[in-house]
Design a protein around this ligand. Sequence first.
Ligand code: ADP
Length: 591
Amino acid sequence: MKPKKSLVWKFFPWLLLIIAGSLLSVSLFASHALKDMYYRQTENALEIRAILLQEVLYHALLSRDDAQVDRLSKQIGRKIQTRITVILPAGKVIGDSEEDPASMDNHRTREEVRIAMTGSRGISIRPSPTLSEDMMYLALPVKHQGNLIAVIRTSKPLNEIRRDLGAIFIRIAGAGLLAAVVSGLFAMWVVRRLNRPIRMLIDGTARFADGDLEYRLSGFETREMTRLADALNRMASDLHERVQTVIRQRNELEAVLFNMVESVIVVDRNERIVRMNQAARDLFGIREAVPEHRTIGEVIRNSDLLELVRTIFETGISKESSMVIYNEPDRHLQVHGTPLKDESGGLFGVLIVMHDITRMQQLENLRREFVANVSHELKTPITSIKGFIETLREGAIEDRENALRFLDIILDRTNQLNALTDDLLNLSRIEEDRRRDLIPMQKGSIRDVVDSALSLCKFRASEKNITVESSCQIPLEFDFNFQLLEHALVNLLDNAIKYTHSGGRISLTCAVTETEAAVAIRDTGEGIAAEHLDRIFERFYRVDKSRSRKSGGTGLGLSIVKHIVQAHRGTVEVSSEPGKGSVFTIRLPLK
Ligand code: ADP
């Protein structure tokens, strides 16, 4: 495209043309008028002289004293610097101020003479045949009693007039040129001055366009420009406010998206990722910023997700599905895809929200596993009880000795069931109270709770001939739940007694630091193999199932210990050496 002319160069040449045209016509008109005036003045002067000559030469003409006429003509002509010619009606020249009349040809046909012969004033401008220059001739008739007796002609060369006029024309032209230059400069100044506010507007609006919406146009001198600038300033201020609102809303949206637990991805019509929050990045292990123009298929290699997006683009309706991201560990996702539509209903993108249901899935699995475990734990003693009752009914009841043995076994299994339901109830109560934050904590002495637990287990220990030592004389008091902590210690002491051979030793020690209190229960029992250490706190986990059952274990004892300790925000740990013994340590924070 041809570059556009600036406003100055668009209007300035025209202004210059108008100025030059006006000055030229004024100059031409003035020159013309001046020329006319000069000619008229010369004409008048010639006429006045001719009229005077009519008087002066009248008598000489009347008496036909041609020599006198010629002499007077020459005399007066020299004095008034005018050529004088006297012509008889026949055309013969009888007097001339500059020539010898005898040498002059007949003048009858000269235009001015011809007119004067008719009685009027004759005038003519033409080159003089004798002097070969332009002359103005004026001829007047001289009459005697109504009859023409001669024609007196006065004439003047026009060269002088022309020279004078030429000088004047040059001056007029010079003045005109000067006026043209001055007006041109003035016009330029005016156009530039008119252009200045426009330039200011252009610069200001360019700054608006570049995003500097806080800039304000000012410094205009005219009312119209000031109003225009005010309107533009208002527009910029409105725009600024709207941009600020949009930025604020975008930041809010970013903050909401960033802090959402759910993973959010927005893709456009071309499947390109427009937005992706931190949770989604973490989920798919994307570290760097997603480059523009990359599609969801390129960034996230998951065919289920891609298919979901494509289905929504095809159908235009929301869709929900579940998918798995195979990783370490696998993530289970519940994915909602929603079409994004503009006001006219046009589909411009898809919003994908992903809920990580891995934990829920795990809990569900745990729950299922737990129900299966409980059923299994209940089933074993119940089957056994049922079997013995049936045997008794089928006649064994008659054999008193055996019947009593069977009843003992039934009692034992019932106790087992009782212990199991007790442990299950305890476990669920602790869990529920913990969830609802209902576990009461009271200031108490660690020594008291240890002594109380020991006294509850003393009998069972002495039954197995196991020595129990305690060195827990610390007079420390802090907040804990006496009953629960006693329960945990009893469980640990019970295990120590259960898994220690008779004649063994159990020692209970306490230690306190600035931040925690620790109780360690050490036994000289069979110990636990390393591969089991990580799992013994799980529900129903036992190293040796039949041994545990035989000794009345439910497989929930350590699980209860762990829950109690966690309710106190503490930890429980174990170290063991098979064949030598085990140490269980409970650590409770003091604050
Ligand atoms: P149980 O009712 O079977 O004792 P627990 O949850 O109390 O269930 O213990 C889980 C398992 O940990 C036991 O079956 C046992 O094998 C092992 N265990 C617990 N305490 C000891 C200990 N002091 N010495 C050896 N093994 C132990």
